[in-house]
Design a protein around this ligand. Structure first.
Ligand code: G1P
Length: 298
């Protein structure tokens, strides 16, 4: 019988340095870079909450106190805003601390993404859980929802897959996979940051995962890999040899916010979804884009 494996918990590894956005990230964690009116980490937490996950563990490192402050209650700020009649802003601040039960654990040394995920073992216990990498920002929770549905059907590991170019795959995990139904792949193996000519395909593993607790044992058995770090991809590689790993080819916009262009695209995508600014922003862009004609959609 298929076990009941509803996923209640998520892990967000947020211990990385953010060197590609320096100097912006010199004094603030990269996860706090705003995407329009909220920091990237809040977008990712909201994605988890949107699919029904209310227990979130954020793995941090030194100098990341701003993350805990962001999700903490702020009674002084709330009452100062109320006193000034700014109740919408007060409500936005209050909503933040009610969003989810957010827990923190520190990764003492930068030993890799796999190591960061293994820090969640005590908190997760014997349950299935999702992992959301905060550099990868999705403009809709649809992909994660589909991945959870796939997991519920069989309790297997589910990876998010995205077709990218050969050049791009060198910076990502790559999957050797076979499509068994629309958007659903059986993953035969995975490799972290392959040379473009050695990549098994152009299907990249991107930053959403659903795991059963077996991943922790696999991580324990994973030696350091690329960059001398314990790679999550290598632990998943063990799982592909021992059981079934599925991939969901994502159907939503995904942006790598850890670099300038990806960050900019994510920012603009959220601006285009925002009812307050979308229309005037598009009008402003049209004036500035060389060769772009007037809006013909109206
Ligand atoms: C990590 C994973 C990699 C994945 C990528 C997605 O790499 O190790 O497999 O493709 O996230 O963003 P990182 O970006 O930490 O180098």
């Amino acid at each position: 019988m298929v076990p009941c494996v509803s996923v209640r918990k998520a892990v967000i590894p947020a211990a990385g340095l953010g060197t590609r956005l320096l100097p912006a990230t010199k004094a603030i964690p990269k996860e706090m870079m705003p995407l329009l009116d909220r920091p990237a980490i809040q977008r990712v937490v909201e994605e988890a909450v949107d699919v029904g996950i209310r227990d979130i563990l954020i793995v941090t490192s030194r100098n990341k106190e701003a993350l805990a402050d962001h999700f903490d209650r702020s009674p002084e700020l709330e009452s100062a805003l109320e006193d000034k009649g700014k109740s919408a802003a007060a409500e936005a601040v209050r909503r933040l601390s009610d969003l989810a039960r957010i827990h923190f654990v520190r990764q003492p040394e930068p030993l890799g993404l796999g190591h960061a995920v293994s820090m969640a073992r005590d908190h997760i216990g014997d349950e299935s859980f999702a992992v959301l990498l905060p550099d990868d920002v999705m403009t809709s929770p649809r992909a994660l929802r589909s991945m959870l549905a796939l997991h519920e059907r069989g309790g297997r590991t589910v990876l998010a897959l995205l077709r990218v170019s050969r050049e791009e795959i060198a910076a990502l995990g790559a999957a050797d996979a076979e499509e068994i139904a629309e958007r659903i792949h059986r993953v035969r193996s995975v490799v972290e940051k392959p040379r473009p000519e050695e990549a098994p395909s152009e299907l990249a593993v991107i930053g959403r995962y659903v795991f059963s607790p077996e991943i922790f044992d696999a991580l324990d058995r994973t030696p350091p890999g690329v960059g001398g770090e314990i790679q999550l991809t290598d632990a998943i590689g063990l799982l592909t040899r021992e059981g079934e790993v599925l991939g969901w080819e994502v159907e939503v916009e995904r942006h790598d916010c850890g670099n300038k262009l990806g960050y900019l695209k994510a920012f603009v995508s959220f601006a285009l979804q925002d009812p307050e600014v979308a229309e005037p922003f598009v009008a402003w862009m049209r004036e500035r884009l060389p060769g772009a004609g007037p809006d013909e959609s109206t």
